[in-house]
Design a protein around this ligand. Structure first.
Ligand code: CTP
Length: 401
């Protein structure tokens, strides 16, 4: 158990799943953790602070000030090795995403310098609401870990998505976080990740681009940072924000910018993962003024961009590991393996475009991992976070070999 001796803040918010938290505290204490419990005022409708104080063997705090005593939220946020918000209601989730701070749980969340784990719990319609999805995306971009909800019976009597993960699963999620963080071969490794599309300017107001959102590469950067790696993320134009303080983001626009930034970062990188959808060609010239509408057709002459992956493949030194992506539509495995060999990569992630839910813009993806030892694994359709974890786990195996 990696939780032995770990200091955990458990923040309980107003959801029916709060009735499971005394059991959760028991399990954490049994695993050797030191637990302090905070509640929002609404949580106390669902679970007794006395029960939580008894099992954690410490007072439970709910207010920033109790009478004349001030509960120092900054100190609490600095004391903990991890903060777990379970159950996290839709309301607290929204407050956290927007920096609201009207209770002790939110104040400690904003002060926390430790990793924060969020176990949402709500009814399915609330879970599926666009604003909940946006709030979860924001928390992920802050570097918080969202523990997947379970499917099952809900407080409304309906059956669906939105149940808080069971206490046993929450404990093993935290445990495996510390396990990876402490023992990962990626700890302290310098990793270059490229992500997103590139924009190739035609004139001051137009460009050639593609539909890549950068989600897969950002998920990779986050999974690497979670294992203690130092990540340089070279990111093409995307509306997505990366605010995780363990990731250094270098924003670029064109394939040429991405090439230059990647070559610089590769010099002292241990690993490079090139997931960006780089434009293969750019306009031979960028018009200095907006091109006026004249004839019935317009010809734009294109020239080839430099291939970043292939260039890094020629520069690769002993001990550097190079991972590329491939998107193929015919004879996928053959072409992807050929691409790996041609560009001197150690591993290729083959994207499937044939499966619904896979590829550009989706939150899910389906990939096949291929490496130069002949390893081949077709993964099922998963969230991009899960795919990123699987890719990172395989990279850490290769790095360890
Ligand atoms: N890539 C790159 N620089 C480029 C083009 C591609 O680094 N200028 C990288 C991508 O990030 C990806 C891999 O190369 O990791 C696969 O790119 P792809 O465009 O599929 O490869 P190509 O060799 O251009 O082959 P294709 O003929 O299939 O387009």
């Amino acid at each position: 158990m990696q939780l032995a001796g770990k200091k955990i803040i458990l923040a309980v918010t107003g959801s029916i799943a709060a009735y499971k938290t005394p059991h959760l505290v028991r399990l954490l204490v049994k695993a050797g953790a030191e637990v302090r419990v905070l509640t929002t005022p609404a949580a106390e409708d669902f679970v007794s602070p006395l029960a939580l104080a008894t099992v954690s063997k410490h007072p439970v705090y709910s207010n920033v000030a109790d009478g004349t005593a001030w509960n120092n939220h900054v100190e609490m946020g600095r004391w903990a090795d991890a903060m777990l918000i379970a159950p996290c209601s839709a309301n607290t989730l929204a407050k956290m995403a927007n920096g609201l701070c009207d209770n002790l749980v939110c104040a400690v969340y904003l002060s926390a310098i430790c990793p924060v784990f969020v176990a949402p719990a709500m009814d399915e319609d609330m879970w599926l609401h666009a604003s909940t999805k946006n709030n979860l995306d924001k928390l992920r971009s802050y570097g918080n870990y969202i523990i997947p909800v379970a499917h099952g019976e809900l407080a409304s009597g309906l059956v669906g998505e939105g149940r808080m993960a069971e206490p046993e699963d929450l404990v093993s999620y935290l445990d495996s976080y510390f396990q990876k963080k402490n023992n990962s071969p990626l700890k302290g490794q310098k990793v270059l990740v490229t992500a997103g599309p590139t924009y190739e300017r035609i004139d001051p107001v137009r460009f050639i681009g593609n539909f890549s959102s950068g989600k897969m590469g950002i998920a990779l950067a986050e999974a690497l940072a979670a294992q203690g790696a130092f990540v340089h993320l070279v990111l093409g134009p995307t509306h997505l924000q990366v605010l995780n303080k363990n990731i250094t983001t270098i924003r670029v626009e064109s394939a040429e910018d991405m090439y230059n930034a990647s070559l610089r970062a590769f010099q002292d990188a241990d690993i490079a993962i090139l997931s960006a959808a780089v434009a293969d060609y750019r306009p031979a010239e960028t018009a200095p003024e907006k091109i006026k509408k004249r004839g019935d057709t317009l010809d734009i002459s294109l020239v080839k961009n430099k291939d970043i992956l292939a260039t890094l493949g020629t520069l690769k030194k002993d001990g550097q590991l190079l991972v590329g992506f491939a998107l193929e539509t015919t004879d996928e495995l053959h072409h992807a393996t050929d691409k790996m060999n041609r560009k001197n990569a150690d591993m290729i992630v083959l994207n499937s475009l044939k499966d619904a839910g896979a590829g550009f813009g989706h939150d899910t993806n389906k990939v096949t991992l291929i490496d130069k030892t002949g390893y081949k694994a077709e993964l099922p359709l998963m969230t991009k976070q899960q795919v990123a974890e699987a890719i990172v786990n395989h990279i850490s195996l290769l790095k360890n070999a």
